[in-house]
Design a protein around this ligand. Structure first.
Ligand SMILES: [Zn+2]
Length: 278
């Protein structure tokens, strides 16, 4: 059986209900994490999964809300007994980003290693794969393929397509990452069993912290509810799961109505710690 667990369904805006973006995909007790937002290890704990039991962290893009807790995942996994390499797959720049994180924590990590004398030193080793055009993760059960999305000026930014191979009929799950409406995502999500998609609902103008350009630019590199309905319809997805809500609190009736103008299928308004069977 495969499940998706929405660990964090929020955005950079702090919310006690919606932590930073992160989605867990579990297949036959193997755990794959997509993005690593603020609070992810606490949510993993609540979901009954140890940081040490994550096979691979897949990163969609290097916006802070998606990568904030990578160091916390790295350290808590080591504390929980990880004795193999910490593995990350992400866009170009992921290696430099993680190594800069390690540089910032160099003294504290050295101090911990020397003082704590843990036996599983191998758990601090790491392997980072930066995505290129032929990258694909494969094992006997699964195939995980990144595809480019459009989150310009953040480049490159990826979504991920997960194919579950060891079922009578192959299943497909797609994670959008952050993106505008775009054809590449629709093509990769075609006939998917589940599409996990980001959403931008609205931002109220506040002249103390925004210019008019702020709202139009933030809206411009995300996807509106109306567009999500169009995407889900065009891709003929069986289930649409919404996450990364901007803002974290919004009018659900408006959201459902806008999507429903095009898409008549199953819409799940995500919540932190919601688990969905695939
Ligand atoms: Zn982003």
């Amino acid at each position: 059986m495969s499940t998706l667990t929405l660990l964090g369904t929020g955005c950079p805006s702090p919310s006690s209900l919606r932590f930073g973006p992160s989605t867990l995909f579990t297949h036959k007790e193997s755990n794959y994490l997509f993005d690593c937002g603020s609070g992810v290890t606490q949510r993993l704990n609540a979901a009954g999964v140890k940081s040490s039991d994550i096979e691979i962290l897949f990163v969609t893009h290097l916006h802070s809300d998606h990568v904030m807790d990578i160091y916390q995942l790295y350290i808590s996994g080591w504390h929980q007994g990880r004795d193999k390499k910490f593995r990350i797959v992400g866009p170009r720049g992921t290696k430099e980003f993680f190594q800069n994180m390690l540089k910032a924590f160099k003294n504290e990590l050295q101090g911990r290693v020397e003082w704590e004398q843990r036996p599983n030193k191998d758990g601090l080793e790491y392997a980072i794969t930066e995505i290129n055009s032929d990258y694909a993760y494969k094992n006997l059960d699964l195939e995980i393929i990144p595809f480019e999305v459009d989150h310009y000026p953040v480049e490159p930014a990826y979504g991920y397509q997960i194919k579950i191979l060891d079922t009578v009929k192959e299943k497909k799950v797609v994670i959008s990452g952050d993106t505008r409406k775009n054809e590449n995502l629709i093509n990769h999500a075609m006939d998917a069993d589940a599409l996990v998609h980001e959403v931008f609902i609205n931002l109220e103008f506040d002249e103390k912290r925004m210019s008019k350009k702020t709202i139009s630019n933030v809206r411009d590199y995300h996807t509106s509810p109306k567009e999500i309905g169009e995407i889900a319809k065009a891709a003929n997805v069986k289930k649409l799961i919404l996450t990364h809500f901007v803002p974290p609190i919004f009018d659900e009736a408006f959201l459902t109505k806008e999507i429903g103008e095009s898409y008549k299928g199953n819409v799940i308004i995500g919540e932190d710690l919601l688990t969905i069977e695939i």
